[in-house]
Design a protein around this ligand. Structure first.
Ligand code: PMP
Length: 403
């Protein structure tokens, strides 16, 4: 007997996130005994700081093991409020803040709460892949706007203007950008703000998840701080994952107008009931504690970035420019496209090249096709220096083996 049909029409065209697929493939290969170097993941190799882990332990022992308020514990909301003020001079009240299961959920709930069929969401490319399917799942239509390499992969005001239609509901502004590492300066954001001020019906989804992974010492600016007139229609989203190496703790947050935050909380109340109590206690310690860890780790990442970029630029057919933020290098691989691998297969796309590196060189990278920019690959330098050196050696050999 066959099972009844599974899929809702909503799932048409929706795929598992590329990152999750790559993670699974790397795990499968590892299980066969292969020594896979994973440059494809969004995980940092740093541990969560000790005092943060201790706070989680203490909270659990204290009995903070029950459901919390759906919108987050008052302590964590207060810590987020203080962090937004400290880092961005942004003043949000507690009823303008919601704690979520990672920033992923903040983004999705916002889209789910607001999009009607045929509503459009402007997404600059290259992009974090889930934005697209989140928009589709919420019933909207992603409108991808390519950002030129000669503009540092940043959205130009005129390209934004040209992409706006009467159906535009949101624009996604990620700063710094996964995957390009581009960092929008205050001036860059002002130019974008000037366009948005002319279009009062558009909301801004400002995703600052990597705001502290920057190499100039100050957190990446976010739109609401640059243009207060846009604050009433901006959702400022961030999380603990990258700043404090807390990927698995699943804590994110959104701050914005109370009316929108209320809708996000309503969805959360019906779907997840809110974030983990233990993780929230840990997040308070991370946000309220000493912040030296941010600059210390950024300095380590900066050195790795420079070394990895230097090594990859020695690989035949590859080129990259060290980015100003995030822990990713976006590597142009135009020089390997059209070449033939030792097994006779032609490398026709960056997906082919990624598959070649994984299957033949045991290096997992992210294909640009899934990031809206080809022919490129994205590699992470949030790995120990020895791993980076070895990954570069393997990549160099693999590139040299192409004809
Ligand atoms: N935004 C961007 C740009 C990301 O790269 C990620 C994860 N890598 C997220 C949001 C979601 O992260 P999390 O749910 O762990 O906060």
């Amino acid at each position: 007997m066959t099972a009844p049909p599974i899929l809702s029409p909503r799932m048409r065209g929706i795929k598992a996130s590329p990152a999750s697929v790559l993670r699974r493939r790397a795990r499968e290969l590892r299980a066969t005994g292969r020594d896979i170097i994973e440059l494809s993941s969004g995980n940092l190799d740093f541990p969560t700081p000790d005092h943060v882990i201790a706070a989680a332990h203490d909270a659990a022992l204290r009995g903070e093991t029950r459901y919390t308020d759906v919108d987050g514990t008052p302590e964590l909301k207060q810590a987020v409020q203080a962090a937004l003020l400290r880092d961005h001079h942004l003043d949000y009240r507690p009823d303008e803040i919601v704690i979520t299961n990672g920033s992923t959920q903040a983004l999705f709930n916002a889209l789910l709460a607001t999009l009607a069929p045929a509503d459009e969401v402007i997404i600059p490319a290259p992009y974090w892949a889930p934005y697209l399917d989140q928009v589709r799942l919420a019933g909207g239509t992603p409108v991808v706007v390519p950002c030129a390499q000669n503009n540092g992969f940043k959205l130009r005001a005129e390209d934004l203007q040209a992409a706006i239609s009467p159906r535009t509901r949101w624009i996604v502004l990620n700063n710094p950008v996964n995957p390009s590492g581009a960092l929008y300066s205050r001036e860059d954001l002002s130019e974008i703000a000037a366009v948005l001020l002319r279009h009062p019906d558009i909301w801004v989804l400002a995703d600052g998840l990597y705001e502290h992974i920057v190499f100039n010492g100050t957190p990446a600016p976010t739109l609401a701080e640059i243009e207060p007139r846009l604050k009433p229609r901006t959702l400022t989203v961030s999380g603990l994952a990258k700043s404090y190496a807390m990927m698995g703790w699943r804590i994110g947050y959104a701050a914005g107008p109370a009316a929108l935050i209320r809708e996000i909380i309503t969805i959360q109340s019906q779907t997840t009931s809110g974030a983990s109590s233990i993780s929230q206690a840990a997040a308070v310690a991370a946000l309220d504690g000493a912040q030296d860890v941010l600059t210390e780790r950024a300095a380590i990442l900066r050195a790795r970035r420079d070394r990895f970029a230097e090594l990859l630029n020695e690989c035949a057919g590859l080129s990259c420019v060290p980015p100003e933020g995030t822990f990713y290098l976006l590597v142009n691989c135009a020089g390997v496209i059209g070449k033939r691998a030792p097994d006779g297969k032609v490398i026709a796309t960056d997906r082919d090249f990624s598959a070649y590196l994984l299957e033949q060189a045991d290096v997992a990278v992210f294909p640009g096709e899934d990031l809206g920019l080809s022919p490129h690959i994205r590699v992470s330098f949030a790995n120990p220096s020895a791993t980076i050196e070895e990954a570069a050696r393997r990549s160099k050999r693999a590139c040299e083996a192409l004809q």
